[in-house]
Design a protein around this ligand. Sequence first.
Ligand SMILES: Cc1cc2nc3c(=O)[nH]c(=O)nc-3n(C[C@H](O)[C@H](O)[C@H](O)COP(=O)(O)O)c2cc1C
Length: 196
Amino acid sequence: MVVPVLLGSVRSDRMGERVARWAVRQLDARGHEAVLIDPVALQLPLLDRMWKEIKSGPPPEHRQLYDTLKPLAELYARADGFCIVSGEYNHSIPPALSNLLDYFLEEYFWRPSAIVCYSATSFGGVRAAMQLRAMLAELGMPSIPSIQPIPAVGGALTSDGLPLTQQLAEKTGRFFEEFDWYMRAFQSERKQGRPY
Ligand SMILES: Cc1cc2nc3c(=O)[nH]c(=O)nc-3n(C[C@H](O)[C@H](O)[C@H](O)COP(=O)(O)O)c2cc1C
């Protein structure tokens, strides 16, 4: 399965990168093609034009954005599911995640999403995850029932995304197994056609 892993934070000392690397490792280990989507590496500006507004021929001022978004659009077209990595800012979704998601819409349709959330506290980002669910449903990629919270993220993973806690290593199977099931189910239905 092809799984873009969307990383939703851009702070210079962000924890999200290690969480996203961990998610990529987990998906790779299950035989998937996991691709990290990093808004910092992409130098993604605050939203002005969505992909659908420039994809059929961008004016010169949007040429750079077109070149940034085109490979993403091609990847998303091949995607079987989306793994969304979200921190928690003020009990809600980091603005960088909203911004990254908002560039696309139809490209997400008919795929499941899986939420990996994290925070500095023991809540592990679950309050953001509950709000994220509503957004992902609106984007046409409903989230699977399980979420994967990572509490006290600073001590949970190395900068390369290797787990430092036994709990994290032990509790991931069900989440990723569930995601696999939903990706297979949606893939099978996409092959039968789409309502629109
Ligand atoms: C603007 C801001 C708001 C935050 N609000 C919360 C919060 O509501 N709940 C929480 O558990 N942690 C909160 N934190 C702490 C974050 O969980 C922690 O800094 C985490 O590492 C943020 O993700 P990032 O490092 O990838 O940016 C907040 C951090 C920031 C920068």
